[in-house]
Design a protein around this ligand. Structure first.
Ligand code: SF4
Length: 447
């Protein structure tokens, strides 16, 4: 297991204190900061970098906390090269400030030292149920708890975190970091109910009966798409997300090695070229696959994976078949043993042991199919309104993140959740006010 831990050791190193402060000192503290414009949650980047440059880590953390509940996560997995760092004025000279790495440094330092003790508001504004504890659910829970709401999260897995815990591999986002961020949200007074599937163990109507004033669905897109390829139902063909989850469970000592669907020496083909495909390929290498190849129907410039992810994958030995597609998965006596790849109209057969599929995912229908009145589009994405922000067609039920907007990055799910948190607060305050007015009128009538 020690060897296994080493294989999944975080790939990107953290700054030392000296390195972090020196990096922070390079920031120009621009009057009109382009970095902030590039950040989906409008982080006050120059302000916290300025505090860090003076060694005031507590102040820096306080500023970060105002906008983000998951800074140690964002510092690691956000696409900084496309967002804050890509917009930094110094990027024109190829010297952008390493904002992500600085955010990670401050969040880790705070995690280790416990710099911030927040003054919590009394929880008097209402009760909110949150379904799902991925980035959207955690963000909304943290924001609403800080605003004075009682928040309870319902999570179907044995541990909270959603995609952060079971989807993003350890070498990019260590589980202990996710657990630490969740603990901070717990300290805000948020209650977690794990092993509880809304739609099976309890439904939306029963949650309202339990006295919740509003419900937030942050259930993500957990149903992976399947390509229409002959042989796709063979045993050796697996969804990359399923494989990543199994590896997570194995690394935590919860399942045996043979339950992980890739064995040492396997030749693996991965269909797709987004971040999940990249995670699947790089994880397969760590699990001992002898050869891992990504097959993608477009070019390197059209892939949705981050360039940095791709470069690291190449470095680790992943091979790429551009403008190619797997048109058939072959077997001998029901056991997968090859793939047919088409490139420029020509077909070739390659020996294969396993195929991972990573072509995207759609929402599961578990929540909406077990209650009435929540409208979805033809692909199952939940329809929401602008006012109050994020409310579905059912009064008091809100939704946000991937289950509304289609699969996206952690930070975009967080941005959406922050807006919906405002919508929920507005809605609950309004119904409480109406209740109070009605109760007063009734008392007045009686007199
Ligand atoms: Fe600092 Fe770059 Fe932001 Fe300017 S754009 S404030 S230099 S991080």
């Amino acid at each position: 297991m020690e060897e296994q831990k080493e294989l999944f050791h975080e790939v990107n190193e953290s700054y030392t204190m000296l390195e972090a402060i020196n990096e922070a000192k390079r920031c120009l503290h621009c009057k009109v900061p382009q970095c902030k414009k590039g950040c989906p949650i409008s982080h006050d980047i120059p302000d916290w970098i300025h505090e860090l440059s003076k060694g005031n880590l507590g102040n820096a953390m306080k500023i970060i906390n105002d906008k983000s509940n998951l800074p140690a996560v964002c510092g690691r997995v956000c696409p900084h090269e496309k967002q804050c760092e890509g917009h930094c004025v110094l990027s024109k000279k190829g010297q952008a400030i390493h904002i992500g790495k600085l955010e990670r440094f401050i969040a880790d330092f705070d995690g280790g030292m416990g710099l911030i003790r927040e003054n919590l508001q009394p929880k008097t504004r209402g009760r909110i149920a949150v379904i799902g504890s991925g980035p959207a659910g955690l963000t909304i829970a943290g924001d609403l708890a800080r605003k004075g709401f009682n928040v309870e999260i319902f999570e179907m897995e044995p541990e909270p975190g959603g995609v952060l815990m079971f989807g993003i591999p350890e070498y990019r986002l260590p589980k202990e970091i996710v657990r630490r961020e969740i603990k901070k949200i717990e300290e805000l007074g948020v209650v977690f109910h794990c092993n509880t599937t809304v739609g099976t163990d309890i439904n939306i109507d029963q949650l309202f009966e339990r006295g919740f004033d509003a419900i937030f669905m942050g259930t993500g897109t957990v149903k992976p798409k399947k390509p229409d390829i002959p042989g796709r139902n063979l045993k050796g063909v697996r969804q990359a997300v399923y494989f990543l989850r199994k590896v997570s469970l194995y690394n935590e000592g919860n399942i045996a090695r043979e339950d992980v669907p890739i064995q040492e020496g396997d030749r693996v083909f991965v269909i797709g070229c987004g971040n999940t495909a990249m995670d699947g390929a790089r994880t397969a290498i760590r699990m001992g696959a002898k050869d891992v190849e990504i097959v993608y129907h477009r070019t390197v410039n059209e892939m949705s994976a981050l360039r940095s992810e791709y470069e690291e994958a190449v470095e680790e030995g992943v091979k790429f078949n551009w403008q190619s597609k797997i048109v058939e998965i072959l077997d001998k006596d029901g056991i997968l043993n090859g793939v047919v790849i088409e490139h420029n109209g020509e077909r070739r057969t390659e020996k294969a042991d396993k195929v991972l599929m990573a072509i995207g995912s759609v929402p599961a229908s578990r929540v909406v199919s077990t209650t009435k009145g929540i409208e979805v589009d033809e692909s199952g994405y939940v329809l929401t309104r602008e006012t109050p922000c994020g409310m579905t067609s059912r009064k008091g039920v809100f939704a946000g993140g991937d289950v509304v907007n289609r699969p996206s990055t952690v930070v975009l799910a967080m941005r959406d959740a922050k807006n919906v948190a405002d919508g929920i607060a507005q809605y609950v305050d309004a119904i409480k006010l109406l209740e109070a007015i009605n109760a007063k009128d009734w008392a007045g009538d009686k007199n």
